[in-house]
Design a protein around this ligand. Structure first.
Ligand code: V47
Length: 376
């Protein structure tokens, strides 16, 4: 549908002039303001948000919806941080804790030889005794077994802690990881940037300024990354827009973010279990506002192990153009927090079918969105 047709249709169904002004700007490719972002959250109804975010998605990504063939390595869940939303961390020696050796990691990598996997996502915890040199060895170990794989590894929080333990500067640490074979960084650890809220949900880890500085430095050193936002806890709509605004400002300078990934708070087995989870309508609204607000981050991901396959498919009508990957039952962060997917795994056929039934064109991509295969 042409943008002018979308606007005409919106005009016949929506009488709120503030929303129509925002729609006019977004459809023309103009940036919307902080206040307009908040208005979308507060006043945008679901059909309006779907239609507008879908038009914005189409302008940026045509009818392509991406996925990749990947697996995770989670080297440890022993963590010195104490985030109230986390169901995954354990103390050293506590029941349910694990720390894989480099040999374990080598064996895991070996099990993927010849399987046409393009990415390994490495994410774990802030282990009290493992420094950057250990993680550089880990990256080298994986690359020695799977030389062509893209390593997307370590949240800014993990990077911050491992570099400090090694006594290196941020630049030196990131260069060392890059030399060892790190290709990009995932978007985790961002949580919510509002300082007061962050202090309440994750008081003892990398702060907002630190997270942004690490991604800025990574981008300057040629390490692209993603960005996340943890929502559905105690934050307000203003905090969510503030979070996206800080990402938008950094992206204007570095252009290093590939994808934005909203992460719905899952409440089982953590200190915030008393907080009800967001509704599906709220999740869809959140994807739509993100797509409309973040005009300079090309991709918007619905991470299906966290949100579930059905909602991930629905999100394709709310601005999302990426479903992450095949996963191969290799991550525990969300299953331990009560997500529907207790053993997350998806075949290529399943992802292709999810995308085709939503009326879009499935594309297998690599981590940097180069096309591996189209399924027209
Ligand atoms: O930073 C932890 C989140 C993140 C919970 O870059 C939770 O492609 C909800 O970084 N409920 C780590 N969220 C995961 C991550 C990620 C995931 C998918 C794709 C990418 C990417 C990155 O998981 C943490 C935190 O924000 N998290 N516990 C929970 N109970």
């Amino acid at each position: 549908m042409q943008n002018s047709d979308v606007f005409s249709l919106l005009k016949t169904t929506v009488s709120n002039s503030r929303l129509l002004d925002i729609a006019g700007k977004a459809l023309n490719g103009e940036r919307i303001t902080f206040d307009e972002g908040v208005t979308l959250y507060q006043e945008g109804e679901i059909p309006f948000l779907s239609m507008l975010s879908n038009a914005v998605r189409q302008r940026i990504n045509d009818e392509y919806v991406y996925f990749n063939r990947n697996f995770h390595i989670e080297p440890t869940n022993i963590c010195e941080s104490h985030c109230s939303f986390c169901s995954y961390r354990r103390d050293d020696g506590e029941e349910g804790s694990w720390e894989h050796s480099l040999n374990d990691i080598r064996r895991k990598a070996e099990s993927y030889v010849g399987k046409d996997i393009t990415e390994v996502h490495i994410v774990g915890a802030v282990h009290p005794n493992r420094d950057l040199f250990y993680y550089a060895d880990l990256v080298q170990t994986v690359k020695s077994v799977l030389p062509d794989i893209h390593i997307k590894g370590f949240t800014a929080v993990e990077v911050d802690a491992m570099i400090k333990k090694a006594g290196l500067s941020l630049e030196e640490g990131l260069q060392t990881l890059k030399k060892a074979g790190l290709d990009s960084m995932p978007g985790g650890g961002a949580e919510i940037f509002d300082e007061k809220t962050r202090a309440r949900i994750c008081p003892d880890k990398t702060d907002t300024a630190g997270w942004l500085k690490i991604h800025e430095t990574a981008h300057k050193l040629g390490i692209p990354s993603n960005a996340t936002m943890l929502y559905g806890l105690i934050e307000t709509y203003e905090h969510r827009v503030d979070h996206m605004n800080r990402l938008r400002e950094l992206q204007d300078q570095t252009h290093g973010f590939n994808t934005f990934i909203p992460l719905k708070f899952r409440h089982s087995n953590n200190a915030f279990s008393h907080i009800a989870e967001s509704t599906t309508l709220e999740d869809l609204k959140n994807y739509a506002v993100a797509r409309i607000f973040l005009d300079n981050i090309p991709h918007l991901k619905a991470y299906w192990p966290m949100i579930g396959k059905s909602v991930a498919q629905l999100s394709l009508a709310f601005g999302v153009d990426d479903l992450d990957g095949t996963i191969d039952d290799s991550t525990k962060i969300y299953s331990m927090a009560g997500a529907e997917e207790q053993n997350p795994s998806a075949s290529t056929d399943e992802l292709v079918k999810m995308i085709k039934t939503a009326g879009k064109v499935p594309v297998e991509r690599d981590t940097l969105y180069n096309i591996v295969r189209r399924f027209d």
